[in-house]
Design a protein around this ligand. Structure first.
Ligand SMILES: O=C(O)CCC(=O)c1ccccc1C(=O)O
Ligand SMILES: [Mg+2]
Length: 340
């Protein structure tokens, strides 16, 4: 297994209730399978995954990648596990001459709607970014909330709804910043704005609190941080959400996301796949995973534009609010572009 470290600056930081993300550092992984190379990416995000140091340590300890995946070596380090499982899946799909998505599901999407990701900012900048996103073709916007006063966030959402009109889908993501009382007040105030959903209003462990909010308000709820904090089985069983936000980097691989999606589907809960602001391999891997998940919701994969530079040309740029799933073998990324 070959490893290559990278460090990518962001064009603009992503401001959230839990602080700014302004650089992404990670490790590119390449595996050989009977003469075919597959690639994967570990871009840890502390708070969501192991640290870069822990990720590096475990990846450097891997001898045979399939063995490491099977014997539990990678179970506590989801970013490392994503990289290894993605590289093996990429190699398998390339060897079979099929796009990765088609090896993950019998029926997969060929194109997926995606949301624009709008970080925390003042009212004017938020409206400007929202109008700009809609003008480039997005019809779903996700706004970060919870980083400023509740009244300011409510003003931001009202101003965006006014500016973009009723046909654009709006999501708000509080990254666990609120308590029950604040979340209640927010949901009361935004009721007329017809949000598609509110994501992770309460801290990750508070599944019962989310379940109560979901019963008391009409706005649908999504959970994100909760899925990494408690087992996905418990998260689904707690009736805490209408939507599960699944990050392959934080859940530990395509197989992990697909198993969560299958359980969710059985109980009528939708899945939205997102990146952790990953480089091209992690991001396009997440796109293939999203393509293999049933459902029609927009995914949180339009994050390439946050990066100043990338590791290779992007085979799936956002066009008109959608991403086309590459139909060449594996991920659809030329490995020669990635490896020295
Ligand atoms: O979902 C999106 O639109 C993009 C991904 C995103 O918001 C995100 C990116 C990095 C870390 C956390 C999150 C999050 O969804 O909370
Ligand atoms: Mg989130």
């Amino acid at each position: 297994m070959r490893l290559r470290e990278f460090s990518l600056g962001l064009r603009q930081p992503l401001s959230t209730a839990k602080g700014d993300i302004d650089r992404r550092e990670g490790i590119l992984v390449a595996v050989e399978m009977g003469g075919t190379t597959g690639v994967g990416e570990a871009t840890p995000l502390p708070g969501w995954t192991e640290s870069l140091a822990e990720c590096r340590d475990v990846l450097e300890s891997v001898g045979d990648p399939q063995t490491a995946l099977d014997d539990g070596t990678l179970d506590e380090t989801p970013a490392a596990r994503y990289a290894v499982s993605l590289a093996l899946a990429d190699a398998t799909a390339r060897a079979e001459n099929r796009p990765l998505a088609s090896t993950l599901a019998t029926r997969s999407h060929t194109s997926l709607p995606v949301n624009a990701t709008l970080g925390d900012a003042g009212v004017e900048s938020t409206v400007e970014a929202a109008v700009d996103a809609v003008s480039t073709g997005f019809d779903c916007l996700k706004l970060k909330v919870g980083a400023r006063s509740l009244d300011d966030d409510i003003d931001r959402l009202r101003a965006v709804r006014d500016a973009v009109g009723p046909d654009v889908s709006l999501r708000a993501d509080a990254n666990g910043a609120w308590d029950r009382w604040t979340a209640d007040r927010f949901l009361d105030a935004v009721e007329p704005l017809n949000l598609e959903y509110l994501e992770q209003p309460l801290p990750a462990e508070e599944l019962d609190g989310h379940a109560v909010l979901r019963r008391l308000h009409d706005t649908p709820l999504a959970i994100d941080e909760s899925l990494a904090a408690v087992s996905p089985e418990r998260a689904i069983a707690s009736n805490a959400a209408d939507v599960l936000v699944c990050k392959p980097m934080a859940l530990g691989g395509p197989d992990r996301v697909l198993s969560v999606a299958e359980r969710a589907h059985d109980v009528g809960v939708d899945v939205v796949v997102t990146t952790t602001i990953d480089a091209v391999v992690g991001r396009v891997g997440a796109l293939h995973v999203a393509a293999a998940v049933p459902g029609e919701r927009a995914h949180g994969l339009a994050t390439a534009s946050f990066l100043e530079t990338d590791l290779a040309p992007d085979p799936a740029p956002v066009r008109d609010g959608s991403m086309q799933v590459p139909d060449s073998p594996g991920l659809g990324i030329d490995v020669a572009d990635l490896l020295d």
